[in-house]
Design a binder for this molecule. Sequence first.
Ligand code: BTN
Length: 255
Amino acid sequence: MYKIPANTLFVGKNLVFVPECHSTNTLAMELSQRGSIADGTVIITDNQQAGRGQRGNQWVSEPGKNLTFSVVLKPGFIKADQQFRLTQLISLAVTDYLRSRLNATIKIKWPNDILINQLKTCGILIENSLSGDTIQFVVVGIGLNVNQIILPSLKATSLKQETGKDYILENELQLLLQAIEIRYIQLREGKINLLENDYLINLYRKGELHGFNTMDGVLKGMIDGVDQRGRLVLQTSEGKRFYDLKEISFADKEV
Ligand code: BTN
């Protein structure tokens, strides 16, 4: 069970705990479509059995060990074509929260994987319901590896894996929701430059020459930044190139 956060204005003030479910994102989408649900509602489970990830991947999490939850937001103050700003603010909020919890290198791997010491600790899946150019609601799904020590991939880690400490999930949720609210309010106040700059400062491999898998094979390039649509901007020997999520991935081996 989780308590309502004490220190937030609206994020998590309505908190729905389900002992198990398929996917908190799916549940949050269903609840939002069915009727009015308060801005900042959190749907959280201890046992997510069919967690969904980006690019159609699964998100697997050991029951009771990690945070798996979704936040419903209603950012009526941004347009549908500005939705990458949500990706930026949520990634930054997780980064801020992790920095407050451990002393390590924390980075955002474009678009929104959060790495501790180059290993993935948190995955984010943002799903929208749009009506024309208006965002009706957004479901922000967050999977944060906290106490799990046997992880499904060598490229993954958890808070416990990094620090050796055990964490009380409820406390971590409270801190993370506070961090989300702080960054969300920055967006609402129009602090776009701050969010964009902070995102770029924290971007994994920015300004470094590395290999990327693209439709044209493995390409060497340097991350220059992201454009307004959230596309990755790569500086290559043939000039600047722009990629959507489905068009590029980070190559494991260097070229
Ligand atoms: C990714 O890195 O591929 C994104 C993973 C997102 C996982 C979270 S866990 C809570 C929420 N419910 C889901 O089904 N997915 C997200």
